[in-house]
Unconditional design. Structure first.
Length: 212
């Protein structure tokens, strides 16, 4: 996988920064979570309702969902502006997947037992998995990114197991705690990879501009 020299590193730095902010919002959501109300209202921690975990926690939860869309959109734009063709499909499908999650959180709110809830959740899961698969293929094709490929593979397993858990449990609820953790891991992995790519690109351009 040949990495191009970036013509617009600023957009990449903004994307990486937004990734760290996204992870921070999720951590704050957990810190302010009303455990007495949420964890003891359900027998299964994976079904924790973060949207009703207290006003402050709910605020950070919704900011986290919003930032997932912002982050994935910025990463998608960065790949296109810098003509990084290997990441076009991965970034696009990831953005669409998080956009579906955003719509399901703020607009497309259905009863959890309804056909439309299952349909929108299914589309979101499918698109998210396709996005992760494209990232995985791209990482595997780059020997230096194999550690990222391993981490992303584990992340995909966590996501799949969390979805299957919800499918076979008495109440089908997505997102659940497992899929949200997978989203946090996904954002962290992508942010670290693009941070590494930006650092490598800066060093390469510095060496090229250094007179012999």
């Amino acid at each position: 996988m040949g990495q191009p020299l970036f013509t617009n590193r600023k957009s990449g730095k903004i994307a990486v920064f937004s990734g760290f902010i996204t992870v921070l919002f999720f951590i704050l959501c957990l810190l302010f979570l009303d455990q007495q109300t949420v964890f003891y209202s359900t027998p299964l921690p994976l079904h924790t309702d973060f949207a009703n975990g207290g006003p402050i926690s709910a605020l950070f939860y919704h900011l986290f969902i919003l930032m997932l869309v912002v982050f994935s959109g910025l990463v998608c734009r960065f790949a296109r502006v810098n003509h990084w063709v290997e990441f076009r499909e991965a970034t696009l499908f990831t953005f669409i997947g998080y956009a579906f999650l955003f719509l399901r959180t703020f607009l497309l709110i259905f009863d959890t037992q309804s056909f439309y809830y299952i349909l929108t959740a299914g589309v979101q899961v499918l698109v998210a998995l396709v996005g992760m698969l494209f990232y995985l293929i791209t990482f595997i094709s780059n020997p230096k990114a194999h550690p990222m490929a391993f981490l992303l593979g584990m992340d995909m397993m966590l996501y799949l197991l969390s979805v299957l858990f919800s499918v076979f449990s008495t109440e089908f609820v997505l997102p659940n705690f497992g899929t949200l953790l997978a989203a946090v891991a996904n954002v962290s992995i992508i942010s670290l990879f693009f941070y590494w790519a930006l650092k490598k690109d800066a060093l390469t351009q510095e060496l090229e501009n250094t007179p012999s």
